[in-house]
Design a protein around this ligand. Structure first.
Ligand code: GLN
Length: 482
């Protein structure tokens, strides 16, 4: 049997029809992991023993005819989502030995389904980055070209799905970390509306921006995963009470009359020509299916990067102050209380994390708060307003996911600002709390995937899934040769 880029729903049929057992299915993915992950480095922890036990339980449910959507489906989970009894490192030395005593709410929900954990995937340290190269444990590579980055920060999850080391995965997205690696690795990733999915048990980076979401082989599988992980949670005060619809409901329905906005600032000179071309081709395809393309403008995009990095770093500085070497996590040395904290944080955190803590504390300090943090909050309001003006006229917005395809490992190592600028297409979606999905719209001449993003109104994941699916029905993705 061939499990290359296998879809969850096909695996469901195979399991329910008795063509394969849950244990055999898991075994197939572990075989792939054992063969390929030495080179790809997508996992930090592989949980084979636990998985085989979980497969037995799942098999019972399946044999009794009590299977749910994800019963017996093996999944990979980003290593910043807490798993009871299983190491959750955030790809940081600071949490290198951290074993959470509880599950994130999304994991509880997956457990209720009888899913099977394959392992925990690599990421940029504390989800800060867009390349997965700041991981302290596994600098994941792009399966389409091992000399290139898989994107990030959920690069482990995206690379694992792209290389068929998992049929689907969970990632987290603070400023693009689900969508951008999905675009670099040629898979589909959805960042839900802020509040749609509980953040309880997700190690916080920037709490007003973070969301957990699925990375899968197509929009349909993302919808299935979203159905399971969504919903209000009493453990997360920011989780929304909004009703959870069936996210598969609009899939396959005609898209005629749906208005797709194309804000010109997303198609500026900062974006590679090849990327623009492919996204525009896809727009034209959608137009052929009856969608209406609408030109518009989002002048506030030029403030997106400073606004995002000020807000994200300020919140990160505050969130990461808990890592003091005393309560849990890495412990350094020192005779006094202060020396111990300084040494623990100095040795426990990597360079990028430290840079952001410094930036965040600076922006929040009394002399600079008004000049930086308060201005960033004003820009946030402006960005929200510009989105709502566009959504007053249109149903969704179509943009590139990233300015370029996957770049060479090391290319942005010495230039953090250049790396930050590469987030231009994704960060405003988090600032405004909107849902966004990235799907592959083509390949470059040297066969690197190019992604496009569909952004929706708050809590309207159904429509962005519908549009992504409408495109995917006529598109043949190419699996990496690796
Ligand atoms: N690349 C962005 C950053 O470095 C986004 C990260 C994320 O979404 N976690 O902050």
């Amino acid at each position: 049997m061939n499990f290359t880029r296998a879809k969850i729903r096909d695996l469901r049929k195979m399991l329910d029809g008795g063509e394969i057992s849950a244990a055999e299915l898991c075994g197939e993915y572990f075989k792939n992991i054992e063969e390929k992950d030495e080179k790809l480095l997508s996992y930090i922890t592989v949980t084979k023993d636990q998985a085989m036990k979980a497969a037995e339980n799942a098999q019972k449910l399946i044999s009794e005819g009590n299977a749910k959507t994800l019963t017996g489906i093996p999944l990979a989970i980003k290593d910043n989502i807490c798993t009871d009894g299983i190491k959750t490192t955030c790809a940081s030395k600071m949490l290198g030995d951290f074993i959470p005593p509880y599950n994130a709410t999304v994991i509880e929900k997956l457990n209720e389904q009888g899913y099977i954990l394959l392992g925990k995937t690599s990421m940029d340290e504390f989800a800060m980055g867009g390349s997965t190269q700041t991981s302290a444990f596994a600098k994941t590579k792009n399966p389409y070209d091992l000399e290139r980055v898989p994107g990030g920060s959920s690069g482990g999850s995206a690379a694992a799905v792209a290389a068929s080391l998992a049929p689907a995965a969970l990632g987290s997205d603070t400023g693009g970390s689900i969508r951008q690696p999905s675009s670099f690795c040629g898979v589909t990733g959805l960042k839900p509306t802020y509040g749609r999915v509980s953040r309880y048990g997700l190690v916080a980076f920037a709490s007003s921006l973070d969301q957990i979401g699925p990375i899968a082989n197509d929009a349909r599988d993302c919808a299935l995963m979203l159905n399971v992980i969504s919903g209000n949670d009493r453990h997360d005060a920011t989780s929304a009470r909004a009703e959870v619809p069936d996210f598969t409901e609009k899939l396959g329905k005609p898209i005629s009359g749906i208005k797709i906005a194309l804000p010109k600032e997303f198609y500026s000179d900062a974006i590679d020509d090849t990327v623009k071309q492919h996204v525009m081709n896809a727009a034209k395809e959608l137009e052929k299916q009856g969608a209406v393309l609408v030109d518009c403008s989002m002048p506030g995009l030029k403030y997106a990067i400073p606004a995002y990095y000020l807000i994200a770093c300020a919140e990160a500085a505050s969130n990461l102050s808990r890592f003091d070497g005393i309560k849990y996590g890495f412990r350094g040395e020192g005779r006094t209380f202060n020396e111990l904290i300084i040494d623990s944080r100095n040795k426990g955190f990597g360079e990028e994390v430290k840079r952001r803590i410094l930036l965040g504390n600076y922006a929040l300090s009394s002399g600079y708060y008004d000049a930086y943090y308060k201005k960033a909050l004003a820009l946030k309001q402006e960005i929200i307003k510009e989105y709502s003006d566009i959504f007053a006229e249109c149903d969704v917005i179509l943009t590139p996911t990233a300015p370029t395809p996957a770049y060479k490992i090391g290319a942005q190592d010495n230039d953090p600002v250049k790396m930050y600028m590469a987030d231009i297409c994704t960060v405003t979606v988090n600032i405004a709390g909107l849902p966004g999905i990235s799907t592959t719209c083509g390949y470059t001449e040297n066969k690197l995937p190019i992604g496009m993003s569909i952004i929706g109104k708050r809590f309207d994941e159904q429509t962005i899934l519908q549009i992504a699916d409408a495109w995917e029905q006529g598109f043949e993705p190419v699996a990496p040769k690796f």
